[in-house]
Ligand binder design. Structure first.
Ligand code: NAP
Length: 313
């Protein structure tokens, strides 16, 4: 029987290895995405025990939610949990904006339900903070939807610790999703608050677009969102490759790939109970499930901490 974890204080239980679906229909993020392949990735994940799928309005935009909704149709509703996010909108000039206005968020949930073809969403996140809405009022709108059964758990993403505290004034936040990976551990300062307040911390960008999966070398070249990421440029890129290489011994000891050691390390962190690696290929999803069989020793954890210090410059 596979172990499941609860999202915050909600009744939603999920398998700890989830699937990030920004490469399922996320045409605004990646070039040349094959939609059928994306749906196949989702189906493979569910068939192999993954339960939580992480999407958002802005992936596509809209298309990721639509494709995820189509892909889950052949499964019964208790076999999968859907997390989605909203906050973005486009004005008449097609410029992107962020809003946490309570009424706007309620409309966004309705729109997501329609695109996903669902009666309820298991976890709804405010994707990004805006500058003016009090965060507890934004969350109160989601709490109303939770009371109506339209969403089952409440999340916030890309919030500072202060914004998270404001959002959680009434104790309604179940999940916080933040960038967190071995190359960027700054958000560890949130772990105390999430642990003490029964909030699940879900790290996004866990493999740094595959960089932490040990799949690149000095001659790798990029033409998508990786091209704009400083971690993939010049000396920094070489330095990162060298650090990742140092994980190979640990991976060999466990007979797995570097990616799985990285994900297993995350799951040793307080309140971090779920990971959402993205995948463009079905075999990556199946492979990533190996993570749960890995029991890192204290000395391996220590070694990883030394290679990737919390406050790297
Ligand atoms: P990621 O998980 O760090 O990287 C995903 C990439 O890693 C995959 O596309 C694949 O690269 C590679 N990969 C995955 N498993 C692998 C394996 N076993 N071996 C080798 N390579 C492997 O980054 P991400 O997809 O950007 O982030 C994960 C999820 O977080 C997203 O899907 C999204 O749901 C969420 N997210 C949320 C926010 C937010 O603001 N809340 C922001 C960004 C992302 P290839 O495609 O090259 O094979």
């Amino acid at each position: 029987m596979m172990k499941k974890v609860q999202l915050g204080k909600s009744d939603v239980e999920v398998f700890p290895i989830a699937l990030g679906t920004n490469a399922v229909g996320g045409h605004n993020l990646y070039n040349n995405l094959d939609e059928e392949q994306g749906k196949e990735v989702v189906r493979t994940a569910l068939k192999n025990g993954v339960t939580l799928l992480d999407t958002a309005f802005i992936y596509g935009p809209e298309r990721s939610e639509e494709l995820v909704g189509e892909a889950v149709k052949e499964f019964s509703r208790d076999e999968y949990k859907i997390a989605t996010k909203g906050a973005h909108y486009f004005d008449e000039n097609n410029e992107e904006h962020i809003s946490n206005n309570p009424q706007f968020l309620k409309e966004q949930v309705e729109n997501s339900l329609r695109r996903l073809q669902l009666d309820y969403i298991d976890l709804y996140y405010i994707h990004f903070p805006d500058n003016d809405t009090p965060k507890d009022q934004a969350v109160a709108a989601l709490k109303e939807l939770k009371d109506q059964g339209k969403i089952k758990a409440i999340g916030v993403s890309n919030f500072s610790l202060e914004q998270l505290k404001e959002a959680n004034k009434d104790g309604y936040v179940d999940v916080v999703q933040m960038e967190y990976n071995l190359l960027n551990r700054g958000n560890e300062h949130i772990f105390n608050y999430t642990s003490e307040n029964d909030i699940t911390f879900i790290p996004y960008f866990p493999l740094v677009s595959g960089l932490l999966a040990g799949k690149y070398n000095k001659s790798s070249r990029f033409d998508d969102l990786r091209a704009d990421n400083p971690a993939f440029q010049g000396d920094k890129f070489k330095e990162n490759l060298e650090k990742v290489d140092k994980l190979r011994d640990i991976a060999d000891n466990h007979d797995v790939e570097v990616a799985h050691i990285v994900l297993a390390f995350y799951l040793t962190r307080p309140s971090l109970d779920v990971v959402i690696p993205g995948a463009k290929k079905s075999d990556q999803v199946v492979e990533n499930l190996k993570t749960l069989d890995i029991k890192l020793t204290d000395s391996e954890i220590e070694k990883i901490n030394q290679i990737f210090p919390i406050y790297a410059e």
